[in-house]
Design a protein around this ligand. Structure first.
Ligand SMILES: Nc1ncnc2c1ncn2[C@@H]1O[C@H](COP(=O)(O)OP(=O)(O)OP(=O)(O)O)[C@@H](O)[C@H]1O
Ligand SMILES: [Mg+2]
Length: 243
């Protein structure tokens, strides 16, 4: 089967709030799959459930056909799920290479240090950070921090890379670079699931778009399909990006 990630009936309650309320979707190998929706729609919670940071109230998550619903985040990482976070938290007093090496060592235990170093350098190269490998992470611009976050996740050699608002706060030229980076990562054979508010970025990147609101799936389809959907226009009421 070509579905690399399959989520079925995912539910997460926080007390009385159903932050994620029966979400199902499937991502095919080598797709770029976007999750969009208003603030508080449940997008980050969905990725937290997929990556194992949160335990679902109900539902099933499969990666490459195996059920990882009860697996720890580390086990899911080893199963092929890589994650870049909405809030970037590098180790500030370590160099970029050292930061990425942590990801390389964590992602694939049992391999040699030399192998981890090779993968760290490859991830830095792919992320456009090779020239900054020996710079301390505390000295980075926001764009460089986002690239580092992607490099750290790539060093775990994921089959699926989960990206949460990696374009947020970037200037338009930087966002274009980030779009090119995501395409490059996909072309290297990684399937991508990303959360994004900036609609032109979604249009340029996404093969499929899942729209969420109030914890539920509103609609799933191509960018053209979902942006013509009356329910989506309503969910984004007043947001000119969709127009
Ligand atoms: N740990 C938590 N405890 C309680 N409520 C939470 C928790 N995390 C998220 N929520 C709530 O769950 C809902 C969904 O939050 P989530 O962060 O998934 O939204 P989002 O779609 O990522 O929004 P944004 O676009 O603002 O990042 C919100 O109402 C939020 O306040
Ligand atoms: Mg979020």
């Amino acid at each position: 089967m070509s579905d690399i990630l399959r989520v079925t009936g995912l539910v997460k309650h926080f007390g009385g709030l159903a932050a994620v309320d029966g979400v199902s979707f499937a991502v095919e190998a080598n797709q770029i799959f976007a999750i969009i929706g208003p603030n508080g729609a449940g997008k980050t919670t969905t990725l937290d459930l997929v990556s194992g940071l949160l335990t679902p109230t109900a539902g099933r998550i499969e990666v490459l056909g195996s059920d990882v619903s009860a697996a720890t985040p580390a086990q899911r990482c080893h199963a092929g799920l890589g994650r870049a976070f909405q809030v970037v938290q590098p180790f500030p007093e370590m160099t970029l290479r050292e930061n990425v090496l942590v990801g390389a060592l964590f992602g694939t235990p049992g391999r040699t240090r030399a192998d981890a170093e090779r993968r760290a350098d490859a991830a830095l190269e792919l992320s456009g950070l090779a020239a900054l490998a020996d710079v301390d992470a505390e000295d980075l611009t926001l764009m460089q921090e986002k690239r580092l976050e992607i490099a750290r996740a790539l060093a775990t050699e994921p089959s699926v890379l989960l990206l949460d608002e990696v374009m947020a706060g970037l200037r338009p030229a930087e966002a274009r670079d980030a779009v090119a980076l995501v395409k490059r990562v996909r072309d290297s054979g990684v399937t991508i699931v990303f959360i994004e508010h900036v609609m032109p970025v979604v249009r340029d990147l996404a093969d499929r778009v899942l729209v969420m609101d109030h914890g539920k799936v509103v609609v799933e389809g191509s960018y053209a399909e979902v942006t013509q959907d009356a329910r989506v226009i309503e969910a984004y009421l007043g947001k000119e990006e969709v127009a």
